[in-house]
Design a protein around this ligand. Structure first.
Ligand SMILES: [Zn+2]
Length: 301
C-alpha cells in the first residue's frame, strides 16, 4: 500500500470520527430556558379567609350531625345550612356518617381565655394548599351554647369558619368574635362565596418548572407538573417535541388535587442536528380550569 492510500484511509477514519463526535459527543451543551406559562386566577382577597380562595371541591357538601347534639341544636345547625344554601350556589346534604362537615355538640359551659363563654368552635380541619385554591376536604363544628336569637347566629358563625372565613372587626358582622343577635352575614361574605362556587369543579394540570440541556444529539430533560385544580385529574400523557417533531412520550396516572410529580429523562437521542425549541405538552381527555398552562416552550438561551 502506497503512502497515498495510507493517507486516504487515515483521512477517511478521521472524517468518520469527526462526524460521529459531532453527532454524539457533548462539545457545546445547549441550555434551554422556560419561556411560557400562564395562571388561572380569581381575585385574591386574602383579608376575609384564613387562606386565599378556600372552598370545598364541589358545591355539593355533605354533613353529619352527631348524637351529642340535642334536637334544638340540630335544628339550629340545619337552619344555618339552609340560610347559606339560599344565599350561595352551595347545597348541603346530610349523611349519617363520614360527612364533609362533622357537627358535634357540648352541653357544659366552657370559658375562653378572655373570660367569655365559648359559644362554639368551628373551622376547616383538612385543607390542600395550592397556588389557585386552598381546597377544604373536611370541616368540624362544635356547638356549645344555643344562639337564643331569631337566626341561628352561632351555628352560622361556625359554618362560615368551616367555609374558610376568619373573624371580622365589625361588631355588626356575624364573624365578629363575640356573638350578638343583631349581627348579620355581610354582603362581602356572600359575594365571595358566590364568586368561589361559580367556578366549575375541574382539575388543572400545570407545569411548574422545565429544563432541557442538549449535549450533541442527546437531550436531558426534566419537568415538574402539578394539579392546581379543584378535583383529581384523570390519566394523561406528556409529549415532548423538538422543533415540532415528537421525540418522547410519557404516560401518567391521575394526579390528585394539590399533588405534583417531577419527571427526568436523560440521553433522549434527537435526530435533528440543531434544535431551536423544545415543547412539552400535557394532554388528557378531560376538561380543565385552564388548558393554556398545559404547555411549556423552552427556547435556546
Ligand atoms: Zn369564631
Amino acid at each position: 500500500m502506497g503512502w497515498k492510500n495510507v493517507l486516504f484511509v487515515l483521512i477517511t477514519i478521521g472524517l468518520v470520527f469527526s462526524i460521529l463526535a459531532y453527532l454524539f459527543f457533548p462539545f457545546f451543551p445547549v441550555d434551554f430556558n422556560f419561556d411560557a406559562n400562564s395562571n388561572f386566577s380569581t381575585t385574591s382577597d386574602t383579608s376575609m379567609q384564613f387562606y386565599p380562595n378556600m372552598r370545598f371541591s364541589t358545591d355539593e357538601v355533605s354533613f353529619t350531625i352527631h348524637d351529642s347534639c340535642n334536637l334544638e341544636k340540630e335544628g339550629e345547625m340545619k337552619e344555618a345550612f339552609h340560610i347559606i344554601e339560599n344565599l350561595t350556589p352551595i347545597n348541603f346534604y346530610e349523611l349519617s356518617d363520614l360527612g364533609d362537615i362533622d357537627v358535634f355538640c357540648e352541653e357544659k359551659n366552657k370559658l375562653g381565655d378572655d373570660g367569655l363563654f365559648i359559644a362554639g368552635e368551628g373551622g376547616p380541619v383538612n385543607v390542600t394548599t395550592g397556588s389557585n385554591f386552598n381546597v377544604i376536604s373536611k370541616g368540624e363544628i362544635i356547638l356549645i351554647r344555643n344562639s337564643d336569637c331569631e337566626r341561628p347566629n352561632i351555628a352560622l358563625h361556625e359554618l362560615l369558619h368551616v367555609l374558610g372565613f376568619d373573624h371580622s372587626n365589625n361588631t355588626n358582622n356575624i364573624m365578629y368574635p363575640v356573638s350578638k343577635c343583631k349581627q348579620t352575614i355581610g354582603d362581602d361574605i356572600v359575594n365571595k362565596l358566590n364568586e368561589l362556587y361559580s367556578i366549575e369543579p375541574l382539575s388543572d394540570l400545570e407545569f411548574k418548572s422545565a429544563n432541557a440541556i442538549m449535549k450533541g444529539r442527546a437531550l436531558d430533560l426534566n419537568f415538574t407538573i402539578k394539579n392546581e385544580g379543584l378535583i383529581d385529574s384523570q390519566d394523561y400523557v406528556v409529549n415532548v417535541y423538538a422543533d415540532g417533531k415528537e421525540i418522547k412520550s410519557f404516560s401518567s396516572e391521575r394526579l390528585k388535587v394539590g399533588y405534583g410529580q417531577s419527571v427526568e429523562f436523560t440521553n433522549i437521542l434527537v435526530s435533528q442536528i440543531t434544535i431551536k425549541e423544545i415543547k412539552i405538552v400535557a394532554e388528557g381527555n378531560f376538561n380543565e380550569l385552564d388548558k393554556s398552562n398545559n404547555k411549556v416552550v423552552l427556547k435556546i438561551k
